[in-house]
Design a protein around this ligand. Structure first.
Ligand code: PGA
Length: 219
């Protein structure tokens, strides 16, 4: 049985109260599986809330962040450093297409990966295809075609498999490739049963606690 990584990317959704409701409902239905690592990447402001909840209730989930600063520390208004994030997060999504659309460059992604690794955070680098440069130090890549994100039109499992395979063969250091883009409880297994797909990055469907725990069950 291969090990799978299931990552929730909440994006700009959920305040404290909404997070509390999610956690309470999710913890009632979530069943940890030995070969599945589950990561929740909430907005920064509720990262400590998620962290506290899973530690105090002994729930087997990891916390991640959706981004980190490309600067180590200092006068960078509005930024959160890898060192600050590392108090809570074991993973960081880096270079999501929604961030690249706002101007994040391959060079920025490289700096962020360096800082993540230096601070013991596992970077999950997003790539829209197999040609995106993958910085050294990256072990996990999420293939996320833009047309599939938030549209309800996922890529085909066969195409996702061939891109995942190409990413691994071009980048020897990459150990896991995830698929992201309109993943649901209904289609998750079609992706995770592919040989080179080692998990999924889930946006919209991770906001619903029942749907997300069902993704974990079905994967
Ligand atoms: P989606 O988002 O599951 O809502 O398509 C995936 C992502 O952008 O990570």
């Amino acid at each position: 049985m291969k090990n799978l990584l299931i990552v929730a990317n909440w994006k700009e959704n959920k305040n404290q109260e909404e997070t509390a409701v999610f956690l309470s409902d999710f913890s009632k239905t979530y069943e940890a599986r030995p070969n599945v690592t589950v990561v929740i990447c909430p907005p920064y402001l509720v990262v400590p809330e998620v962290w506290d909840f899973i530690k105090s209730n002994n729930i087997q989930i990891e916390v991640g962040v959706q981004n980190i600063s490309k600067f180590e520390e200092g006068a960078h208004t509005g930024e959160i450093s890898a060192r600050e994030a590392s108090e809570f997060a074991r993973f960081a999504i880096i270079g999501h297409s929604e961030r690249r659309a706002l101007g994040e460059t391959d060079e920025d992604v490289k700096k962020k990966v360096e800082l993540a690794v230096k601070n013991n955070i596992e970077p999950i680098v997003c790539a829209v295809n197999e040609s995106v440069p993958i910085p050294s130090g990256t072990k996990i890549v999420a293939y996320e075609p833009v047309e599939a994100i938030g549209t309800g039109n996922p890529d085909t499992p066969e195409n996702a498999e061939s891109i995942a395979k190409a990413i691994k063969s071009k980048n020897n250091q990459v150990q896991s490739t995830l698929y992201g883009g309109s993943v649901t409880a209904e289609n998750v297994r079609k992706f995770t049963q592919m040989q080179n797909i080692d998990g999924v990055l889930v946006g919209g469907a991770s906001l619903d606690p029942i749907e997300f725990s069902s993704i974990i069950k079905q994967c």
